[in-house]
Design a protein around this ligand. Sequence first.
Ligand code: FES
Length: 75
Amino acid sequence: MAREVRHAATGPLKIDEDDFDDEKGNVALCLCGLSDDYPFCDGTHRATRDEKEGVVYRYKDGERRVVEEIRYADE
Ligand code: FES
């Protein structure tokens, strides 16, 4: 089973000091979906910095590819 999930965010959600984790310290929550330490941001979102508006990307195994067309099974 696999699932494609779209994320438009290109950075983390920073939380305030009341939400600090005793082990991790100052943490931010991943909104880009690429973190290997999800739900925490690990900085992987930097790969999204040069994404273009209106372009769909697929990230897998550290590689980014442009999705040219999405075709659904019921179309
Ligand atoms: S927001 Fe996803 S890795 Fe930082």
